[in-house]
Design a protein around this ligand. Structure first.
Ligand SMILES: *[C@@H]1O[C@H](CO)[C@@H](O)[C@H](O)[C@H]1NC(C)=O
Length: 393
């Protein structure tokens, strides 16, 4: 559709009428047979000057990014134009014939190919694609392709990442002294772009690589992943499960539910990870991956500590004096800070002197571990979220 619009727009500005089929036939015979057109001769009368070729890129779609193979797939077409000095005519002599179409395989064309492609180097376009020729010899060729290009994918900030990829077109065999490809006046165009569900185009640029001896044009596209899906389906559930995990320490050991609860939360987390693993990049190095590992670590820690605590909790023997002494000071602070009305020195003294049982010790441990794990989970979560989301803001 867009192709046809462009064709009509560029080549039918002047009156496209008057010509007959015979005019076209005689022109084609004149150009290709009588003038003995040779498609392997570069069509400059002055061969000391390079053929100037302009290249613009219409991006039609972002088909996807593959993190494992580091591949960007795009659909697009090139707008390539040059002047063929052997394909000119006087339109008045041919019934005002203003343009003709010939197959791309019938004329000389620059051997432009994708340089950072993923598969075998191949000719752009196909023999069914026609080029348009104007009386001045100006040729326009619009080869369309699905381009697979190499691109370094950095998933450190997944799912808030941006990827910058280059699509490089090079003149493969001719030197810059023979064929000089430069970016056209329009560069990379997005008006034909269909939106992608995951990737949106943030910025683009086009440029000639003047430093290299090859003649090439580099189109750069910066893409941003839409992160809302991952926030809702990965990050928020993981944070919620992390909170549930910490609350294991709130359940009293006597209730008999403590172990069951901690294992259930751990299993829920493991099952959840299995479900979401297909949504995550299959390469390592993302901060989110480290965060999931941290949550898994906390989960393991909670289960292990709970098992150990329950064993201690049900011991019948006396608590050794050394352990009593350690916990006595901790308990005192706890009583004071948690109950202001209870600020009775005698009671405190009694509490201090009273012998600690194993169950007192486990409940103190629970209290301390609850706050330690809650605060550390909070700090790590906030840090990771901050790092992830601040990257481009
Ligand atoms: C190629 O074309 C560009 C733009 O027209 C020009 O600046 C450059 O000098 C040309 N290079 C050669 C080797 O002719």
């Amino acid at each position: 559709m867009i192709l046809r619009t462009i064709f009509l727009y560029y080549w039918c500005l002047s009156a496209c009428n008057g010509q007959t089929g015979d005019d076209v036939k005689s022109l084609v015979t004149q150009l290709f047979t009588t003038n003995t057109y040779k498609k392997n001769v570069r069509p400059n009368a002055d061969q000391t000057k390079p053929m100037q070729v302009d290249l613009d890129f219409y991006l039609v779609g972002i088909n996807g990014i593959d993190e494992i193979t580091q591949k960007l797939t795009t659909t697009g077409f090139l707008f390539i134009s040059w002047t063929d000095e052997y394909l000119t005519w006087n339109s008045a002599s041919y019934g005002n014939l203003e343009y003709i179409y010939v197959s791309q395989s019938d004329i000389w064309k620059p051997d432009i190919t994708l340089q950072n492609g993923f598969s075998k180097l191949k000719e752009l376009g196909d023999s069914f694609i026609n080029v348009q020729i104007l009386p001045t010899g100006e040729i326009t060729w619009l080869p369309t392709e699905v381009f697979e290009t190499k691109c370094n994918i950095d998933i450190k900030y997944f799912p808030f990442d941006r990827q910058t990829c280059e699509i490089v077109f090079v003149v493969w065999s001719s030197s810059i002294l023979d064929v000089n490809v430069t970016k056209g006046s329009r560069g990379i165009l997005l008006e034909a772009l269909d939106p992608n569900g995951v990737w949106s185009v943030v910025s683009t640029s086009a440029g000639d690589d003047v430093l290299s001896s090859e003649s090439r044009v580099v189109f750069t596209i910066t893409l941003e992943r839409s992160s809302a899906y991952y926030v809702m389906n990965v990050i928020v559930p993981v944070i919620l499960l992390g909170i549930l995990n910490v609350f294991t320490f709130v359940i009293p050991a006597d209730s008999g539910e403590k172990m069951g609860y901690s294992i259930t939360v751990f299993l829920a987390f493991a099952v959840f990870l299995t479900i979401i693993s297909s949504e995550l990049p299959k390469t390592s190095g993302s901060l989110l991956g480290y965060y999931l590992m941290f949550q898994m670590g906390i989960g393991t820690f909670v289960v292990a500590v709970t098992a150990f605590e329950l064993r201690i909790h049900h011991r019948k023997d006396k608590v050794p004096y050394k352990i009593q002494r350690i916990f006595r000071s901790k308990c005192k602070t706890r009583v004071k800070s948690s109950d202001k009305n209870f600020d009775n020195p005698e009671k405190d003294k009694e509490n201090e002197d009273g012998e600690k049982t194993w169950s007192d010790i486990t409940s103190t441990t629970d209290f301390i571990l609850f706050w330690i794990s809650l605060v550390s989970t909070f700090i790590v979560t906030v840090t990771i979220l901050g790092l992830l989301s601040s990257k481009y803001k």
